[in-house]
Design a protein around this ligand. Structure first.
Ligand SMILES: Nc1ncnc2c1ncn2[C@@H]1O[C@H](COP(=O)(O)OP(=O)(O)O)[C@@H](O)[C@H]1O
Ligand SMILES: [Mg+2]
Length: 326
């Protein structure tokens, strides 16, 4: 009887980086290989070699499927040094704004401490289906399919995951059936500990967007987040300042409870792009709570998120590495 692990190792040695899946059912083996870039002859040779190897390892019946032109997918991590700074709000609106700009975007809620995307994206209570062992993302009203840790784990279940477990769960979400999605936005757990580092290292994003409020304390946390990505060799796309300037709902006067411009100054100091500023406005919270992210509408806050998305999209398309190339 063929052995899954041994077969995987042998196939990987035969065709490094090309093994997309291997399924065993008794002595029947089906394998999917990525043949991107190979000539017709090269493809035939790859298929023949894979068949020979599987037979030699004890498989009775062998199916080999070659795919090519696999979707080149870019992963954007949205991160913050601490919770409550609006990371999830920015992730949801960035995903929607990127989709409105023409990208095919999926959203991953990897925040094991406070998964909030099902609510933000108006699909609370939804459960993803699975085909074989592959999860199928849940469609949302905003054209951005979603998978959330919150859909996999009961809300009241205390989650005290160690890094490797959280990374394994993220891999399950990231390797779901994202179909034609070319961009995945990931709402990472806040903080700069082992859980975050392991996730980043295992699932190396193309780039990271750091969210901070203008406060000093929050900026110190943001700097830690930036260091974390530097350590993992993941480029930082830039910094978003959230909750800047409070517009009084009665008189419209702008006050700055958390100061303003701190994140922009920090970005300049660190030599990082400043991606934009989102004001502190109760309307953002009420819209978010109602599952109607501002980026999906036509209001002024939508425009602020669109501006940020434009800068992120420009960074992604100016030759940033694709996940599939890494
Ligand atoms: N710019 C903003 N103005 C008003 N409320 C905001 C703003 N950004 C986020 N919030 C609210 O603050 C709370 C925390 O935001 P959230 O995105 O969940 O933060 P995080 O994911 O960093 O913990 C939510 O209730 C959210 O609606
Ligand atoms: Mg959050």
């Amino acid at each position: 009887m063929p052995d899954q692990t041994r077969l995987e190792v042998a196939l990987e040695a035969l065709a490094p980086g090309r093994v997309q899946s291997l399924r065993l059912d008794g002595d029947r083996a089906s394998v999917i290989l990525d043949a991107t870039g190979l000539s017709g002859e090269g493809q035939k040779a790859l298929e023949a070699d894979a068949r020979a190897l599987l037979a030699e390892q004890g498989a009775g019946e062998v199916r080999v499927l070659l795919t090519s032109d696999r979707v080149k997918r870019q992963l954007v991590a949205v991160a913050s040094g601490k919770g409550g700074v609006g990371k999830s709000t920015v992730a949801a609106n960035l995903a929607i704004a990127l989709a409105r700009a023409g990208r095919k975007v999926g959203l991953i809620d990897a925040d094991i401490y406070g998964p909030s995307q099902p609510k933000l994206m108006n699909v609370e209570g939804s459960k993803p289906q699975a085909r074989q062992k592959t999860l199928i993302p849940v469609p949302t009203p905003y054209g951005v399919p979603l998978l959330s840790m919150g859909q996999l784990v009961a809300a009241d279940q205390a989650i005290a995951w160690r890094g490797p477990m959280a990374a394994g769960a993220l891999a399950q979400l990231a390797e779901a059936d994202w179909g034609a999605c070319d961009t995945l936005v990931i709402d990472l757990p806040p903080g700069t500990g082992d859980v975050q580092l392991t996730m980043i290292q295992k699932y190396r994003p193309t780039g990271a967007v750091i969210v901070s409020t203008p406060q000093d304390l929050s900026l110190i946390d943001a700097r830690r987040a930036i260091d974390l990505f530097a350590k993992a060799g993941v480029p930082v796309i830039g910094i978003v300042e959230n909750m800047a300037g409070y517009a009084c709902p009665h008189c419209g006067e702008i006050s700055d409870p958390f100061g303003s411009g701190g994140a922009e100054a920090a970005a300049r100091e660190l030599g990082l792009p400043f991606l934009g500023r989102i004001p502190l406005d109760i309307a953002i919270r009420t819209a978010s709570d109602a599952g109607e992210p501002p980026a999906a509408g036509t209001g002024p806050h939508g425009a602020a998120f669109t501006g940020i998305a434009t800068r992120v999209a420009a960074w992604l398309s100016k030759g940033a590495p694709h996940a599939a190339d890494q």
